[in-house]
Design a protein around this ligand. Structure first.
Ligand code: CTP
Ligand code: MG
Length: 173
């Protein structure tokens, strides 16, 4: 079992390609109200969870809700791919503005697993090239996360390690 230590109050960014199991992980370890998902926010601002043209507005709204939650002292999890530095920078900024520790949890599964899962979903239509680009972004993310300001970077490699992970909350004081 891999134990992930997380401060009781944190902004947790899940990081992983489509099909890596972020939403599944979030459902298993956190309450629904603690999880802000980019899909949900696209749905809220565009009536379509897959409308990529709504991403800027969706993240605007997601950041706003995250900021309010952190101000109220509530642990918040961001379920989005978080593969690009600019996407993560927005989260680091929100966390810093509220003196909350940003934490990254990276889910890294083999390409075949991610592809198989993605292909099986009717609500995911991107091709393998998009997935490959995401995997390249993931590789580049590894060296950057700590430097960007994530105070803890937990990496879970492979389906078994992801399935066996447990969260342990650290008291802040
Ligand atoms: N899945 C699975 N076994 C797991 C984890 C996920 O069979 N241990 C399945 C889920 O049921 C889902 C698919 O794989 O149908 C993708 O998992 P999901 O958690 O939705 O992956 P995400 O990383 O959230 O993918 P996306 O970025 O596309 O939202
Ligand atoms: Mg998801």
């Amino acid at each position: 079992m891999t134990v992930l230590d997380i401060p009781e109050l944190a902004l947790v960014a899940l990081v992983g390609v489509s099909g890596s199991g972020k939403s599944t992980f979030a459902r298993r370890h956190f309450a629904p109200s603690q999880v802000l998902s980019s899909d949900t926010f696209r749905g809220l601002v565009a009536d379509d969870e897959n409308d990529q043209s709504a991403s800027a507005d969706a993240f605007d709204a997601l950041h706003h809700v995250a900021a309010i939650r952190l101000r109220r002292g509530l642990l918040t999890v961001v379920d989005a791919t978080n593969l690009q530095p600019h996407a993560r920078a927005g989260l680091i900024r929100v966390a810093r503005e509220h003196d909350v520790l940003p934490v990254a949890i990276v889910l890294d599964v083999p390409e075949a697993v991610a592809w198989e899962r993605t292909e099986a979903r009717a609500d995911r239509t991107h091709g393998r090239q998009v997935l490959n680009r995401m995997r390249r972004d993931l590789r580049q993310s590894y060296g950057r996360l700590a430097r960007e300001g994530f105070r803890k970077v937990h990496v879970l490699r492979g389906v078994e390690e992801i399935d066996a992970a447990e969260i342990r909350y650290e008291k802040l004081f």
